[in-house]
Design a protein around this ligand. Sequence first.
Ligand code: AKG
Ligand code: MN
Length: 251
Amino acid sequence: MEKFLIPALPGPAPEKGPGPRATEEEEEEEGSAQQGSPKEMTPLPGVSWKKIRAEGLSCDYATLYGKAEAYQIFQQLEEEVEYFEGEFTRLHVFRKWHDIPRKQVTYGDVGLTYMYSGVTFSPKPWIPVLNRLRDRVQLVTGHTFNFVLINRYKDGHDHMGEHRDDERELVPRSPIASLSFGARRDFIFRHAASRGKNPSRRIAPVKLQLDHGSLLMMNFPTNHHWYHSLPSRKKVLAPRINLTFRKIRTL
Ligand SMILES: O=C(O)CCC(=O)C(=O)O
Ligand SMILES: [Mn+2]
């Protein structure tokens, strides 16, 4: 996330939950994508998790909604989500203002605050469709979330640059739950040590496709070691909406 959030105050202890959060051993584990064992994953019937693992990367991926239901949700999001306008659609990077290459908005618990370009903001209050999605994500993961960033990509020209979601104001070790609707898009993880012209290590990127109705759990310590991006794909003509549910520190 492009510096949306800056903490005001220290928060509670790291979260532990029964959901698909990786165990301590798994966090150290290396390897590639494999099918998750039901014992380690959420016990909710009907959700089949795929584990995605690499050095310092722990993600879980599942199809949460069938095509028809996902389409209804997409339509409802189109009707009810109100995206930022005006100054919120621009980013200040290296002394220049840039239009964000997508639409964005934040919703969350009443009383939460976050900083953007040095100014304190409150997310918009939850609306019923977002409550429903958050509750479902909480149910299948066993984690709670108090904030969501929504990104709308009108087509494959819209994208998100490489970044880590490692802001200090997130509850330590809490996962980020990324729910996608609409066009399937490529999603790429790159290890921090493998970036730039002279990388100190050669670690292969991890490439995923985020499908309509899917949930990607980015577990600790993924966002510490790996950057991720949603590259532009000129051949993609359809829109996509992504919701990243997060847990922000509170008083
Ligand atoms: O649209 C996506 O899948 C990426 C979203 C993301 O990385 C973010 O909101 O921080
Ligand atoms: Mn992100």
